[in-house]
Design a protein around this ligand. Structure first.
Ligand SMILES: [Cu+2]
Length: 280
């Protein structure tokens, strides 16, 4: 027995020396979500390292962040209900992470000449998962937070309930009631676009902002020239980052309300999206 314990200790020590992050690989390893933006490709089942991790992902759907076992990720996309051998990609799309990487990444599937999967840089802290479902089951039809137009698709849109505040907006003085709206904007086109203007159904001043930390102070600053939506990529408006700011709101936004936002892009595309209002 003692011998057994001793060899166990040695084995653990060896594995710690060989791979210092081994112990935390599962919990602390990379997390990856996938956005299905391959136009013309029907619902797919998503396989990570030969394991099915998501089912029936339709165009425009974003999966939750999924943990990656180890530091190599092979992605296969299979027509929904099909077998792994029937994958749309003959060779798995393979991504290698640095050992110890605990980042959160977004993969985007695209349809160019052929099916492609590209990985965007690490996203930073994960935010609320923005998937197709994910609505609280309250009465009535909650706003979907989704809409599309031209090459652009919006999903996961929501607004915060109003707070009366001025914090974080140094130098701007009192702003009355404020709120912010967030969403994911995906561009399946081959040219970049830019969100340049937002108007909404609530009477307020609408601005495009970005939250930044400067000298340990959280600040929100207006985004000059609009928010870029890269070609075959996306912009994520999320708490702590880019957002649509509403100031001097003349009415309250309460959880359960719907706010209608009209987004104008540089390309001329105009999209109106109804977003649910959630607890701040
Ligand atoms: Cu702001």
């Amino acid at each position: 027995m003692r011998k057994f314990i001793l060899s166990l200790v040695v084995a653990v020590c060896l594995s710690l020396t060989a791979a210092p992050y081994f112990a935390s690989a599962h919990e602390g390893g990379p997390h990856v979500r996938l956005v299905h933006l391959a136009k013309g490709v029907a619902e797919v089942d998503v396989y990570f390292n030969h394991q099915k991790v998501a089912e029936a992902a339709a165009y425009g759907v974003t999966t939750p962040y999924l943990p990656v076992e180890g530091y190599e990720l092979m992605v296969s996309l299979v027509p929904h209900g099909g077998k792994m051998e029937e994958a749309l990609n003959k060779e798995p799309f393979t991504f290698t992470f640095k050992e110890g990487d605990g980042g959160h990444y977004t993969l985007v599937t695209l349809m160019g000449e052929a099916l492609e999967v590209v990985m965007l840089p690490a996203d930073g802290a994960p935010v609320e998962t923005m998937s197709h479902e994910g609505h609280e089951g309250d009465m009535g039809m909650p706003a979907s937070g989704e809409a599309s137009g031209g090459n652009l698709k919006i999903s996961g849109g929501f607004a915060r309930a109003t707070t009366s505040g001025m914090s974080g907006h140094s130098g701007m003085g009192a702003m009355g009631k404020v709120s912010a709206a967030y969403m994911m904007i995906m561009n399946s086109g081959s040219t970049p676009d830019k969100l340049i203007k937002v108007e909404g159904s609530a009477d307020a001043v609408y601005e495009l902002h970005e939250s930044k930390i400067e000298n340990d102070v959280a600040k929100m600053i207006p985004v000059e020239g609009g928010i870029e939506i890269p070609a075959s990529g996306m912009a994520e408006l999320k708490p702590g980052g880019l957002h649509i700011m509403m100031m001097e709101l003349k009415e309250d936004l309460a959880p359960g309300d719907t706010l209608s936002l009209t987004l104008t892009f540089e390309s001329g595309t105009v999209i109106t999206v109804d977003v649910p209002v959630k607890q701040p």
